[in-house]
Design a protein around this ligand. Structure first.
Ligand code: URA
Length: 269
């Protein structure tokens, strides 16, 4: 027993240490919830008819007030109004239609050259990105930087973003609804950067942006068309750096994809 702590402090410290060991790295509410408690009876139905719903674009509503379909509609309407990356960022900062915003530390919008020829899009920020407010700054990001350097690209020369711009709690996979709500924003972000080549990092990015159903091992190395309201650009699906950290033997596959990307950038693909 440590003598510089009272019993309750010691108990609290060991409980926290146990949580951290179990992988809990985020408190999503201030107080505990008894999930086994009998639910309170539902409130009586309102007598007066509800006020007419405001247009979603005019007044973004809280996540709980909108169904996922309404939130995705609202996102589509809002995103289409953004004429610059700064305007899009401001819209996302004010958007309340995605519940992930409530648990994330901050918005992770994008990073790099806003006039880049290459834009890379991952799935969602992790813990390091959530803290830094920048995509791909953790271990995956460091590997991504090395992958880019292998074909002579500096990180500052490309533009990087994610399909979902808020970290899902505990790094869980974003739900299909969360992805659908965020999709119009990343599509608009790609259109505003207007790169020559889009690189989708990993299955969720490729499936969402390229409307594909196959897994990434089938999609990788393939080229697709990506059409924005401005033009059609080429899009390459490739492996996510986090996958390569887990499966280093697959680095030869990414090397092939990177060489194909370089050939296209050099006008030889
Ligand atoms: N993985 C992603 O998909 N995006 C990040 O920003 C970091 C890790």
């Amino acid at each position: 027993m440590r003598t510089d702590m009272s019993d309750w402090q010691h108990d609290a410290a060991s409980l926290l240490a146990w949580y951290v060991e179990a992988g809990v790295d985020l408190a999503i509410d201030d107080g505990p919830h008894d999930r086994f408690a009998t639910p309170a009876p539902a409130p009586a139905a309102p007598v007066a008819s509800p006020p007419p719903r405001q247009h979603a674009a005019a007044a973004p509503m809280a996540a709980a007030a909108l169904s996922p379909e309404e939130a995705a509609d609202s996102a589509r309407t809002l995103a289409a109004t953004a004429e610059s990356l700064d305007a899009l960022r401001a819209l996302l900062l004010a958007f309340e239609g995605c519940a992930l915003k409530a648990t994330a530390t901050q918005l992770v919008f994008g990073d790099g050259d806003r006039q880049a020829r290459v834009m890379l899009v991952g799935e969602a920020p992790g813990r390091e990105e959530d803290r830094a407010g920048k995509p791909f700054v953790g271990r995956s990001g460091q590997l991504l930087n090395r992958m880019l350097a292998a074909i002579g690209l500096e990180r500052a020369e490309v533009y990087i973003a994610n399909v979902v711009p808020w970290r899902p709690p505990g790094n869980r996979t974003p739900t299909p609804q969360e992805t659908a709500i965020c999709k119009p924003f990343i599509e608009r972000q790609i259109a505003l950067v207007d790169p020559d080549v889009l690189v989708c990092l990993g299955g969720p990015s490729a499936q969402t942006l390229l409307a594909q159903r196959d897994g990434i091992l089938r999609l990788r190395g393939k080229w697709f068309d990506f059409t924005t309201h401005k033009r059609t650009i080429r899009a390459l699906a490739t492996l996510h750096p986090a996958y390569l950290l887990r499966q280093p033997t697959h680095k030869k596959l990414i090397w092939r994809d990177l060489r194909a990307l370089k050939a296209v950038l050099d006008g030889q693909g």
